[in-house]
Design a binder for this molecule. Sequence first.
Ligand code: CP
Length: 329
Amino acid sequence: MLKNPEHRLETIRDKRDLSVFDICSIDDLNIKDIDLILRLAREFRQIGNKKYSLLKDVTVFNAFFEDSTRTRSSFELAGKKLGADVINISSKDTSIKKKESLLDTAETLNAMRPEVIVVRTSKAGIPYFLSKHVNASILNAGDGWHEHPSQALLDALTMLDHHKTLKNKTVTIIGDILHSRVFGSLVRILMKLGAEIRIAAPATLIPQDLEKTFSCTVYYDVEKALKGVDVVYALRVQEERGASGYISTIREYSKSFGVSAKRFALADKKAILMHPGPVMRDIEVHSALVTMDQSRILNQVENGLAVRSALLWLCAKRIDNRHKKIKLI
Ligand code: CP
């Protein structure tokens, strides 16, 4: 007899916890953690729009101090589908506007005993700082130019849906590497999963010593970077972080690095196109490619909901019942 969805999830979880309380970086996760998150995410995706009581009596604060469509709504939807109380807060409608410090804000939220605080912020390192001051699990939903771990997990799931393994597969990441927290997490997970990584960008948008920091090869010629690859991953030019000061014009950038049909055809026949969104059509990717068969851009969004469901369940309901040892105010 088929088990019900919650039983199937429990079976996959097999009484396991993540090795960490907080996910501020992909480097916090070992390969077993990643495997568990992705296996659970596949099951959550399979189950679809059903409601659960897996997170009954759980409180999640969704603290977004920077704009978001995909990440905020999918964490909120995931929490609600799993039966948690989800409270959304932003800098626009909190006492941060009255100059309350972030630490005081965090300790105030923590005093309400949430199990998880999801945080997006324009400042790199804030999730790590918070993780040292609150008992709730901190999930980094994007911090400045640093990292966006749940994005990398959903990206890995999307690649593995298509290619089964990333060992001996090549991923070309094109665009604004310098300002991209998506890149910060993606490069780390791709290295853990054994992919070969190529970078294509104008020299001004590549951080110094990138090839020494990460196992990757830098190309300044996008067409060479695309030859025979298995995944084409375009990044947004982050004008809100000053990227336009690093290129001559957006039009010139698009001409030199935009993914066109002709350029995409240089990749392997089975290659897929990805982008974390929001896509600036006809800048990073030519508009017609966004919805072509090989595009996985909306699959990434669907996988985001599944991955974030898995993350919330794993972080909010620990089997080992251990808690962070932080003295509450
Ligand atoms: N990819 C991503 O983080 O999108 P949002 O800014 O819409 O959440």
